[in-house]
Ligand binder design. Structure first.
Ligand SMILES: [Zn+2]
Length: 247
């Protein structure tokens, strides 16, 4: 727990999470092991110097005092529901510059009724053809700090098929074989992306159906780098994001 005091001296550079106030929200569908993921990532963020508050409900997004003091939201809350007040609290915080990071259904399949929330995330899970299957992840952006130096890698998990915002910055993708849906053979779908919503940085990775999937070193490293990047949202200048793919 951290003391809710005004944001003061922030250390950046090599230790982006140091001194950052993080709100970690977990819960929703149990199949995604939200508690085990909490127990993996919260101690890691604390080891990097972050001060983390943990809640098991998204309703705390409606707490203006809390939201005014945080730098970053990390959320693993699959499906579930959120009140209009809490959704507004989250979206307004991100619009003014608070970062958000998450993975798999915990960010990309939360609050299915809330389209503005999906607009913020930049994508929505719609299928994982074949269930738990082997698939490859291709690093498509080798310059971005989140994926720089990483090689393509293999997963044995759910291969998320997501509907996406065309203006996300895609860092990694996956290709479908057609074995579990002949009409999607050869389809390439984003796995990792970054974007902004208002002034806030949004980071998403579709990897990690269960906590054991983070045993794949690249999956965990991408998530850690994404969390670090999003944590600097309030402290670094906005970047230009809209790079139309359809002209
Ligand atoms: Zn899943």
């Amino acid at each position: 727990m951290f003391l809710l005091s005004p944001v003061s001296c922030q250390v950046q550079g090599a230790e982006p999470l140091k001194g950052k106030k993080v709100l970690f929200i977990y819960g929703g569908w149990e199949g995604h092991q939200p508690e085990a993921c909490r127990d993996l990532l919260v101690p890691w963020m604390e080891s990097e110097g972050a001060e983390v508050v943990v809640y098991d409900t998204p309703e705390c997004y409606s707490n203006e005092s809390l939201m005014s003091k945080i730098d970053l939201v990390v959320q693993i809350y699959t499906q579930g529901r959120i009140s209009g007040e809490a959704e507004r609290g989250l979206l307004e915080a991100i619009k003014r510059g608070v970062g958000i990071a998450g993975w798999h259904g915990g960010l990309g399949d939360a609050f299915r009724q809330n389209t503005e929330y999906q607009f913020m995330v930049g994508g929505q899970w719609v299928a994982h053809p074949g269930g738990i299957i082997p698939y490859d992840v291709k690093i498509t952006d080798k310059k971005d700090p989140i994926t720089k130096g990483l090689k393509d890698f293999h997963m044995h998990s759910e291969q998320y098929y997501v509907h996406i915002d065309p203006n996300i910055k895609v860092l990694a993708t996956t290709k479908y074989t057609g074995e579990h849906g002949f009409w999607i053979e050869g389809a390439v779908v984003p796995v990792v992306w970054k974007k902004t919503y208002g002034k806030g940085r949004v980071f998403y990775s579709s990897l990690a159906h269960v906590v054991k999937d983070f045993d794949v070193p690249e999956a965990l490293e991408i998530m850690k780098r994404g969390i670090r990047w999003a944590s600097l949202s309030l402290y670094e200048p906005n970047e230009k994001w809209v790079t139309p793919v359809y002209k």
